[in-house]
Design a protein around this ligand. Structure first.
Ligand code: DGY
Length: 319
């Protein structure tokens, strides 16, 4: 029997590609860039299984033309790029990659938080541009992290991993969570409050919610007004959770101290105002970007596909 056909929409790290080729007949373009919609459709049309990433929008129109497709393994924990109801209606299993990227994304969240508070990117630019004239008592003064309050919106796996790291900085952790999960040990000292209270009482707000219709623009003008003018907003979840225009307005009018962003409303395009603000640190969606994690994510995708094609339950099925 020929091996099952697998379409891989973006080139993944080589160990993943090699493992995929051992088990499947793989179709993948030798390009790192996202496929056009036509290319995506062409790849999916003949495949029994697919690995897609957050840059591929998989909707009803696409799925209506993929009669052989049985499983889509999304190479991410978030799966807002897939219209899951359309997949469900066609009996196509959708899976994601939770757990393996939790700690890596929490690390990056902290990198962004520290970089934003301590003006790391500004300092790097000053040195690189040859503009640094030596130590000064009042140069690039930042905000303290140690002993301050961290507010977490969305206390799922990643939110909890970010909160755990806060104990090393002697921080108070406040959180709000819309899900069932109510974190216990080691976070019994974490305090659950309403979102408004978390926003009003924190020095750093970090977002860890999935993108759904309910969380679109969860942080808009009203929420930004509730935050302290000395506070910072950190977003490593999904860009559309924050109203970017409102964020630019809040920072440029001094109602918010700054922001650290890894994700944007219309990636890879940015609100032009963000580029003008020195108080904002901008990263190119690097949350899970370590080799070990990206390989693990790929292996999780392959395990899920294998399970579905063999008639077993997929370990990370979302629909
Ligand atoms: C995810 O898993 O949702 C990340 O954004 C991908 O790196």
């Amino acid at each position: 029997m020929p091996p099952p056909s697998l379409y891989i929409a973006r080139l993944l790290p080589e160990p993943v590609m090699a493992a995929a080729r051992e088990q499947f007949h793989v179709t993948a373009l030798p390009e790192a860039r996202p496929p056009s919609r036509e290319t995506l459709l062409e790849g999916l049309r003949g495949a029994q299984a697919a690995i897609c990433t957050l840059t591929e929008r998989i909707d009803q129109e696409i799925l209506s033309q993929t009669p052989r497709l049985r499983v889509i393994a999304n190479y991410a924990v978030g799966y807002d790029n897939i219209v899951v109801e359309a997949a469900r209606a066609r009996g196509i299993v959708v899976t994601n990659t939770p757990d393996v990227l939790t700690e890596t994304t929490a690390d990056l969240t902290w990198a962004l938080l520290l970089a934003t508070a301590r003006r790391v990117a500004e300092g790097d630019r000053l040195v690189r541009e040859g503009a640094w004239q030596g130590w000064e008592p009042t140069q690039l003064l930042g905000a303290d992290v140690e002993g301050n309050t961290l507010g977490i919106i969305g206390m799922g796996r990643i939110g909890q991993a970010v909160a755990r790291r806060a104990s090393g900085f002697n921080m108070t952790v406040l959180y709000c969570s819309h899900g069932e999960r109510d974190p216990s040990a080691p976070g019994s000292q974490w305090q659950r409050l309403s979102q408004d209270e978390v926003l009003a009482r924190s020095d750093f707000i970090s977002l860890h919610v999935p993108l759904t219709p309910d969380t679109h623009h969860l942080i808009g003008p009203a929420e930004l007004r509730r935050m302290r003018p000395t506070a910072f907003l950190i977003n490593t979840s999904r860009g559309p959770v924050v109203d970017e225009a409102a964020l630019v307005d809040a920072i440029s009018t001094g109602r918010l101290a700054g922001a650290g962003l890894d994700v944007y409303e219309r990636e890879p395009d940015l609100h032009s105002g963000l580029l003008q603000l020195r108080q904002v640190v901008l990263l190119p969606h690097l949350g899970s970007a370590t080799l070990r994690t990206r390989v693990r994510m790929g292996m999780v995708c392959l395990e899920n596909i294998q399970a579905v094609l063999e008639g077993r339950p997929a370990p990370n099925r979302v629909v």
